[in-house]
Design a protein around this ligand. Structure first.
Ligand SMILES: O=C(O)CCC(=O)C(=O)O
Length: 291
């Protein structure tokens, strides 16, 4: 796929106005090297330890066996353990990310506790995340921002994330049923916009608006797993839907997830904030084929 390299906002980190202007123009901010590599590596190592335990990867972290697909029965052996990882949830609160998001929201940030990790096997191109906007899935306020973080070096061949620059200005697009995580896609050809994307490194971060169309690239590597996190943020005064405050996939309660955690302040932190709950609109999640 032909990609234009991201505009790197690293030089703008101390210029909140310029960051806001760029987010307004492009619908995304890419910041190279925002996160300390050691912290990213430690989280990657913890996730890969679970993958090895469950026979998804060998001692060199190379994929073993048939591709496991998100949401399928064989997925949970790893994903449930990953959701219990304190380090995975703690990472969403890193000061480097909060500072960046706060420059955009201009108010204290609500970190959605529904944190998501992706482990993408090679040989499963048909199940690559299709082009979509996050808003129908996340809702609450359109001013919700997704931080997509590769937890290992992620060359294009490993299937990073690409964004359709400027697509946040097109408003909310009708959704179609599609294969891959999220299960919904949008059509964008008629807008004549450009896909931005490139090789990414562990420590880079891509932040985008909930109306920005984005897609994963297929993992066409020999045997490498593409491991990433996606976390979501909004201004604390903005409305949020209740399920954004629940564990991803809702297979366990927070109490089950919190077992053995060290940091009390990470537990139920949103209950100490003045969050404003709003209802989910199921209509905008309906694929046009079934409307
Ligand atoms: O990593 C992926 O494949 C999907 C990520 C995504 O769609 C998101 O972060 O909203």
């Amino acid at each position: 796929m032909l990609l234009t390299p991201f505009a790197d906002s690293q030089p703008l980190l101390d210029q909140p106005e310029a960051l806001r202007a760029r987010m307004e123009r492009d619908g995304y901010l890419f910041v190279s090297g925002l996160l300390p590599e050691e912290a990213v590596e430690a989280l990657y190592a913890a996730i890969m330890a679970i993958c090895r335990e469950q026979g998804w990867a060998d001692a060199d972290n190379l994929a073993l066996g048939e591709p496991r697909l998100e949401g399928y029965p064989e997925w949970w052996a790893v994903y449930d353990s990953l959701q219990r990882l304190e380090a995975f949830h703690a990472f969403a609160h890193r000061p480097e990310i909060l500072r960046l998001v706060e420059a955009i929201t201009q108010e204290p940030v609500l970190v959605h506790p529904r944190n998501i990790a992706r482990i993408t096997f090679p040989g499963a191109a048909h199940y690559t995340t299709p082009p979509h906007q996050d808003y129908p899935l996340i809702q609450g306020t359109p001013q919700t921002y997704t931080a997509w973080i590769p937890l290992c070096d992620c060359p294009e061949s490993l299937g990073g994330l690409a964004v359709l620059a400027g697509s946040h200005t097109m408003g909310l697009l009708p959704v179609h049923r599609a294969s891959g995580p999220g299960g919904l896609s949008v059509e964008t050809e008629r807008f004549g916009l450009t896909w931005h994307g490139q090789d990414m490194r562990a420590g880079d971060l891509l932040l985008f608006h909930s109306h920005t169309v984005h897609r994963a690239l297929p993992n066409v590597s020999e045997r490498r797993l593409r491991v990433s996190a996606d976390y979501r943020y909004q201004g604390v005064s903005q409305p949020v839907v209740e399920d954004s405050l629940m564990p991803h996939y809702g297979r366990m309660s927070w109490d089950e997830i919190y077992e053995g955690w060290q940091q009390e302040e990470l537990k139920y932190y949103w209950k100490r904030l003045p969050v404003r709950i709003t209802a989910r609109n199921f209509e905008i999640m309906q694929p046009v084929e079934t409307r």
